[in-house]
Design a protein around this ligand. Structure first.
Ligand code: URA
Length: 440
């Protein structure tokens, strides 16, 4: 087989066979196919697309290119959740404990944030002492005993995806639906759970800017998961507005804890209940409606908060900060950003809010940036709110006053105003599963 012939076939709109895709991925990982040929292939895929069969073959070839995690030593239904990335998205910290309190097992590998989106690992590391690089045996024991553990992705999970993602990043081929779907699902399938709930974000802070594109991506991912024998449901959710009020690592842990105490912001709470109910439903425990009741009970009874405390202790973190979030280290400086006019907030650019938080030190500009866990933004007003000139839109937190100027400008740029009242679209916009698409 020659890579040249495969590029030629794809360029002309042909469908690659399972064998051809398997050959291409293995040879690329082994260093036998150079980047320039793989770049040409990615661009051909970008323009010609891939059939569902090709996308499934590509996903499985990438999933099998490295470690495939064996979770068989963990008893019960193992359920995973993936978010396509957003701003202020601390759902894993809320949903994991809820689902574990409902009797499912969450053996989760998470990643770090880059650019305007945050990563669960960075948020977890804001908890003093918490270890995210524990041994496989400890991970298994914690999931068996507590029901939940969140750790860093092993270095060798889907290495083909890591190589291809880096190449896509520099060849303008990231935003291709079959390539995104196979990239996300290769890591999820290699991580070994029995069920996956995908939170596919749509809007200004997301990869996919429109609901239709998000549904298309969700359909592809559901097809791939079910084809591989893993129950998969995707929920399409709004990311035009940052989720919750806090952006930044410690600030997001604090908000997650408030939510687990039943005192979180409504948007975050509602989304967590919806995603968690679908995760429990997948395990076959009860109907979706009954699962929602189970989820509400585990949240409002405090059982889910207890699970987070147990997990933090098991991973050697200081659980006293969860009991008393005031103990989190605070940023030494804060600065209020004020509304420049009277009116209603008509739109927020979630990506710009994420960038403002990154400029304060909460996110990474490059892979090697050092994070300031205490830095970030607490939003006081969001889309739909009525404001008067001078009202506080958000409070910036940072280690130096010098960081405020650029962050303030970026945050103000994220807000648009109007004189008329604003109707908000629902947070959960659609659901995609093996039976099809339901729009809300
Ligand atoms: N996240 C991934 O893991 N891969 C993509 O291609 C896009 C988002």
């Amino acid at each position: 087989m020659r890579m040249y012939d495969l590029i030629h076939k794809k360029k002309n709109g042909g469908a690659l066979t399972n064998e051809e895709i398997g050959f291409m991925i293995k040879a690329y990982v082994d260093g036998d196919i150079p980047d320039y040929q793989m770049s040409a292939m990615l661009m051909a895929i970008y323009f010609q697309g891939m059939t569902p069969e090709e996308t499934a073959s590509l996903t499985l070839a990438m999933a099998r290119s490295g470690d495939v995690i064996d979770l068989s030593a963990i008893e019960g239904f193992k359920v995973d959740k993936h978010s396509t990335g957003g701003v202020g998205d601390k759902t894993t910290l809320v949903i994991g404990p809820i689902v574990a309190a409902c009797g499912c097992k969450v053996a989760k590998m998470s990643g770090r944030g880059l650019g305007h989106t945050g990563g669960t690992l960075d948020k977890l590391e804001a908890i003093p002492g918490l270890k995210i690089d524990i041994s496989k045996d400890d991970f298994t024991d914690i999931v068996n005993n507590v029901g939940l553990s969140v750790v860093g992705q092993t270095g060798n999970l889907a290495p083909a995806d890591k190589m291809l993602y880096a190449l896509r990043d520099v060849t303008a081929t990231v935003d291709s639906i079959p390539l995104i779907a196979s990239s996300i699902m290769s890591k999820k399938l290699a991580a070994g759970s029995n069920g996956i709930v995908l939170d596919v974000k749509t809007g200004s802070g997301a990869f996919m800017k429109t609901v239709d594109k998000s549904i298309e991506l969700a359909r592809r991912m559901v097809e791939i998961g079910e084809h591989a024998g893993v129950r998969t449901i995707a929920i399409i959710t709004d990311m035009d507005i940052p989720l919750g009020n806090n952006i930044g690592n410690s600030l997001e842990v604090i908000e997650a804890v408030e939510t687990l105490k039943g005192q979180g912001p409504k948007d975050l709470t509602d989304l967590c209940i919806s995603l968690a109910a679908n995760m429990v439903y997948m395990s076959g425990k009860a109907s979706l409606k009954e699962c929602e009741e189970l989820v509400r009970d585990s949240l409002y009874s405090g059982k889910a908060l207890d699970k987070l405390i147990e997990m933090v202790s098991a991973q050697r973190g200081d659980s006293s900060v969860i009991l008393d979030p005031d103990k989190f280290e605070k940023a030494p400086y804060s600065h209020e950003v004020k509304a420049p006019r009277d009116g209603y907030i008509s739109h927020m650019d979630a990506e710009k809010c994420g960038i403002a938080s990154m400029l304060l030190g909460a996110g990474r500009e490059t892979k090697d940036s050092i994070l300031d866990y205490a830095a970030g933004i607490v939003l006081k007003k969001k889309t739909g709110h009525k404001v008067s000139k001078g009202d506080v839109l958000g409070v910036l937190h940072a280690s130096s006053k010098d960081l405020f100027e650029r962050a303030e400008k970026t945050l103000l740029d994220a807000y648009s105003f109007t004189d008329d009242e604003v109707n908000l679209r629902p947070l959960v916009l659609a659901k995609v599963d093996i039976d099809g698409v339901v729009k809300y």
